[in-house]
Design a protein around this ligand. Structure first.
Ligand code: 8YV
Length: 313
């Protein structure tokens, strides 16, 4: 029996690519000299697509895939997909929720500790040979007991709030609507949350609805003792406003895992010392990435067998 055909938009791990190719006849779009010409010629063959929260797929590509029925995406984010179009055409989309909650929440906690206690800066201090009997590292800020404001109390935000309990941190959150049954206080006014919080942590989805939610006003409300942590999407923050706020001491510091134009990180951010910069590694542990890969394959298998996805959006 011939293997089902799958269109893969961008590369994932070698192991994933190998496992996918064992079960399916995979066409690697990124390896085609002319991807759109390839789709024009062969797009009609594909019922199934594999992509990721990084590569997504475009309306232009979808127009050349008239028979597509399902997209199995690696990652929890869905901002690079034209959702309205998928709905209109009845194309199912799965993501990989839950399996990455702990790793992303761990990373947010790590960024909070690193930006306030300045672990990365202290590491640079030791490595540079600057530590001497007369020169110690400047005092940093305490984390335990400080106020945590979460923007987007979803599955990752809740995993972060649970961690914060171990640090005796009071938690409030901002969502468009209050989360029913949540033990945490809902703050409908984002600026009020920023004023209250010592750490404002972003764990909301990206996309139009949250574009530049964090602007100069919110940063001013967070204030000179506050830290901004972003493990969500770069698009949620007005990066130019953040750079200005960090340069002028409008906020104390920041910890960023995501940027507006990845993998480009503006020089102005790289030159600042009051922030920690990570290269979008929220879910990047061996264990979690394997679970995410397995969930993509399980979704695909399930859809082909039953017409249903395991973790539809
Ligand atoms: C992904 C992410 O690893 O899950 C998401 O939405 O941003 C990351 O966990 C990455 O974007 C997948 O390509």
């Amino acid at each position: 029996m011939s293997k089902p055909k799958v269109l893969q938009i961008g590369p994932l791990s070698e192991r994933f690519n190998r496992e996918l190719a064992e079960e399916y006849e995979v066409s690697a779009l990124w390896q085609q000299a002319e991807p759109l010409a390839f789709l024009r010629e062969r797009g009609g063959q594909f019922l199934y697509m594999v992509s990721s929260a990084r590569f997504g797929c475009s309306a232009e590509q979808l127009a050349l895939l008239p028979n597509l029925r399902a997209i199995c995406s690696f990652g929890v984010g869905y901002d690079p997909y034209p959702l309205q179009l998928l709905r209109e055409r009845g194309i199912a989309l799965s993501t990989t929720p839950d399996v990455l909650n702990d790793c992303v929440a761990d990373l947010a906690m790590g960024l909070m500790i690193d930006s306030a206690r300045r672990l990365s800066a202290a590491d640079r201090f030791v490595r540079s040979g600057a530590w001497s009997s007369t020169t110690g590292f400047p005092l940093a800020r305490r984390v335990s007991g400080k106020r945590l404001g979460i923007v987007g109390l979803g599955r990752i935000g809740e995993a972060l709030a649970r961690r914060a309990a171990g640090f005796a941190m009071p938690v409030r959150y901002h969502n468009r609507r209050a989360v029913e049954g949540s033990p945490y206080q809902h703050e409908p006014d984002l600026q009020a949350l920023a004023r209250w919080a010592d750490f404002l942590v972003l764990t909301c989805p990206g996309g139009q609805a949250t574009h530049h939610l964090i602007d100069a006003e919110v940063l001013a409300a967070l204030g000179a003792d506050g830290f901004l942590i972003n493990v969500a999407r770069g698009s949620v923050v007005d990066e130019a406003a953040l750079i200005a706020a960090l340069q002028k001491g409008v906020i104390a510091g920041a910890g960023l895992d995501v940027y507006e134009h990845e993998p480009q990180v503006p020089l102005a951010l790289r030159e600042l010392d009051n922030l920690v910069l990570l290269p979008h590694v929220g879910s990047a542990s061996v264990e979690t990435r394997q679970q995410m890969a397995d969930l993509v394959l399980d979704n695909l298998r399930c859809f082909i067998a039953s017409g249903q996805l395991l973790t539809p959006l």
